[in-house]
Design a protein around this ligand. Structure first.
Ligand code: NDP
Length: 290
């Protein structure tokens, strides 16, 4: 028989998670501040609790998918967490996750934090590749691994409760950098007789090809030397910066998304042109970390 569990929060993500646990045959108790959202899940067999404390009392395993850290404090203020296994899937910072871990542990619970690498339509669809980073209590993770893996693949990244959020935010931060570059590229061709739908596949395949640089950067950071196998040197790339800035100017496009990165490339080179000129772009990492 499948492990019973409680889920707090039936927003877009909570509702998707609930559906996946019901589909996998787990007895599920749900609670949501706005009770009406539980209706369709009740029709599919979920038990609906009248309050958060009652929902927590129903099962040992309690998954929280509320909006933000403030809402967990508000919702669980009156709940008894003694002996509970709390899994917090709210997106937050490493710091809030660590504080929430201390908060739960002080109330007698085991604590696992999660960072969901999926959007709701991917949940419960293994072919879509959804997964969740988990960190915190390894015992909790091992004991409930099969249950946690029903909606999305479960990846444990460490006992430090902040590590799931750290991984989550690292991946999403890289994504926003990519989105920024894509926005600049579309802005360059906007208003020209270039169909954005024709640029799109070119852009996608170029970004996919360039994704190989991620592994090269990691190898350089691990080696502590940024010159191995460099095909595009920092010196060459800094020499090319004016081309990017002038093209933006010619097209009437603001270079505000690109200039911070170009400035870091130039600073790295200027710090020691003879040494850093032969590197790739890895040195920017050191400038950011200070
Ligand atoms: P929604 O905005 O759809 O739902 C928010 C949920 O939080 C609702 O159940 C809402 O209740 C509840 N809530 C908000 N404030 C309070 C409060 N003070 N007390 C009690 N309940 C409260 O958000 P999502 O479901 O999309 O997201 C939930 C979490 O999942 C977030 O932390 C988000 O970052 C994370 N996540 C979401 C992803 C997504 O693509 N949607 C992707 C990855 C992570 P009510 O119905 O009463 O308003």
């Amino acid at each position: 028989s499948k492990t019973p569990l409680t889920l707090l929060g039936l927003g877009a993500m909570g509702t998707a998670l609930a559906g996946a646990w019901l589909a996998a045959g787990h007895p599920l108790t749900v609670w949501n501040r706005t009770a009406a959202k539980a209706g369709p899940l009740a029709a599919r067999g979920a038990a609906v609790a009248a309050g958060a404390a009652e929902a927590v009392a129903a099962n040992r395993l309690v998954v929280v998918c509320l909006l933000d850290d403030a809402s967990i404090e508000e919702a669980l203020a009156g709940a008894d967490l003694t002996g509970k296994d709390v899994v917090n899937l709210i997106t937050g910072t490493p710091g809030t996750a660590r504080a929430r871990a201390a908060w739960a542990t002080a109330r007698g619970a085991r604590y696992l934090d999660g960072g969901i690498m999926a959007v709701p339509p991917m949940i419960g669809i293994p072919q879509a590749g959804p997964y969740v980073f988990y960190s915190g209590s390894r015992d909790l993770f091992e004991e409930h691994r099969a249950t946690l893996a029903a909606p999305a693949d479960a990846r444990y990244v460490g006992a430090d409760a902040g590590f799931a959020a750290l991984h989550d935010v690292a991946l999403l931060s890289a994504m926003y950098g990519m989105f920024g570059g894509v926005a600049h590229a579309f802005a360059l061709v906007r208003g020209e007789s270039v169909d954005p739908r024709e640029l799109a596949p070119l852009l996608s395949s170029w970004l996919t090809a360039m994704a190989g640089s991620v592994a090269a950067t990691a190898e350089h950071l691990a080696a502590g030397d940024y010159t191995g196998g460099v095909a595009s040197s920092l010196a060459m790339q800094v020499a090319g910066v004016p081309t990017f800035l002038r093209t933006a100017e010619e097209q009437g496009v603001s270079a505000e998304l690109l200039t911070p990165y170009f400035d870091l490339m130039r600073r790295r080179l200027a710090a020691d042109p003879a040494r850093h000129g032969a590197e790739d772009l890895t040195g920017v990492v050191d400038l950011l970390r200070g």
